[in-house]
Design a protein around this ligand. Structure first.
Ligand SMILES: Cc1cc2nc3c(=O)[nH]c(=O)nc-3n(C[C@H](O)[C@H](O)[C@H](O)COP(=O)(O)OP(=O)(O)OC[C@H]3O[C@@H](n4cnc5c(N)ncnc54)[C@H](O)[C@@H]3O)c2cc1C
Length: 319
């Protein structure tokens, strides 16, 4: 069981790039901070982190270990565990962890990330982050000029196929019975030499631990090296129900996000959010930046409260 008896200034739920970056900033602000993490960062299946200046290709595990070491180096606390629920009690937040322990903090930062709901095709989940992908900025360079298939889930697939055409001259849009193309779509796809396949995709063919094709319902196969999907990106926010915080549906596609203001403040006073839980397009660097920004806003809020308390303690009327 974790022993977290002290009242922390800030508890952070989630130790990915957003949570660790916030934790380091708060520890450097001489705040007592605990980062509680279940160990399910979104990119863990990827070979390396791309697009984070100075950390190109570092494994996600190394990246996170370095972040935790920085947090602890400044006196922050890193805890492994799952926060099951968060409640408001006597002006503080009380978190219940899966091992039965509790943790109390003056402010809360939610950096619990999001879940990718993948298409339900046999064997697809096992290839996720390897040759089943969604983000061209995370993997586009690595798969450049390979045979790319885009598995349509909605009309957004047309734009996805045109986007991946930037990285490969061999792109096939697999309509999968989900999309009817307009004449305008056809014109654009033809002009960019994107092939179109009509049938429903039934399975993946993997040879020597590499994707080699997808099979269609008529029994034919389309040779591919990479399959691009468009998962629903759903924020991990179940533990916030008692606080009345519910994620909103995304406007731009399937998925959800916690709504915040520009500083990361949610609709619940004292609770901030940063990273994928509130911004599905955040990558490692932007998630970390959002964590830093939220940390500064939380510290500013605590400075005001500390000042108010000091004024009251000094016996002067509070303004
Ligand atoms: C396959 C793949 C590859 C990617 N590659 C790249 C890349 O190369 N470059 C890039 O910039 N981006 C990449 N991304 C995106 C990147 O993963 C995200 O931008 C990043 O992880 C977001 O950070 P975060 O801190 O918001 O969330 P996460 O990194 O997902 O961290 C959230 C953490 O919170 C924990 N958590 C959730 N609920 C609880 C709870 N109740 N209690 C305790 N802990 C909890 C989770 O277990 C997890 O450890 C990739 C994504 C995928 C899917």
């Amino acid at each position: 069981m974790n022993h977290l008896e002290q009242l922390f200034d800030v508890a952070v739920i989630g130790g990915g790039p957003a949570g660790l970056s916030a934790g380091v900033a708060l520890a450097r602000a001489l705040r007592s901070v605990v980062v509680i993490d279940a160990g399910g960062q979104r990119n863990l299946r990827a070979e390396g982190v791309h697009g984070f200046l100075t950390r190109e290709g570092m494994s996600p595990q190394q990246f996170l270990a370095a972040g935790r070491a920085e947090l602890e180096g400044y006196g922050g606390t890193a805890v492994t565990g799952i926060v099951k629920s968060a409640a408001h009690e006597c002006g503080n937040f009380v978190l219940a962890l899966d091992d039965g322990s509790t943790c109390t903090a003056r402010r809360l930062l939610i950096t619990s990330g999001s879940e990718d709901e993948l298409p339900d095709l046999p064997g697809l989940r096992e290839r996720w982050g390897r040759d089943v992908l969604y983000c061209p900025y995370c993997h586009g360079w690595e798969i450049r000029n390979q045979k790319v298939g885009v598995l349509a889930a909605s009309s957004h697939a047309v734009l996805q196929a045109l986007t991946f055409r930037q990285w490969s001259h061999d792109v096939t849009l697999l309509l999968n019975g989900e999309v009817t193309l307009s004449p305008g779509d056809r014109e654009q796809l033809d002009a960019r030499s994107v092939k179109v396949v009509e049938g429903r995709v039934r399975g993946l063919v993997v040879q020597d631990d590499k994707l080699s094709a997808v099979t269609l319902d008529d029994g034919s196969a389309v040779p591919l090296e990479v399959l691009v999907v468009n998962p629903a990106i759903v924020s991990r926010a179940n533990m916030l129900q008692v606080l009345g915080l519910e994620p909103d549906d995304l406007e731009e596609g399937p998925g959800t996000r916690l709504h915040t203001d520009d500083s990361g403040l949610t609709t619940c006073p004292g609770v901030w959010a940063a990273g994928n839980v509130t911004d599905v397009s955040a990558q490692v660097m932007t998630a970390a930046a959002a964590g830093l920004k939220a940390a500064a806003a939380i510290n500013a809020d605590l400075v005001l409260e500390d000042t108010l308390l000091a004024v009251e303690a000094a016996g002067a009327p509070a303004h």
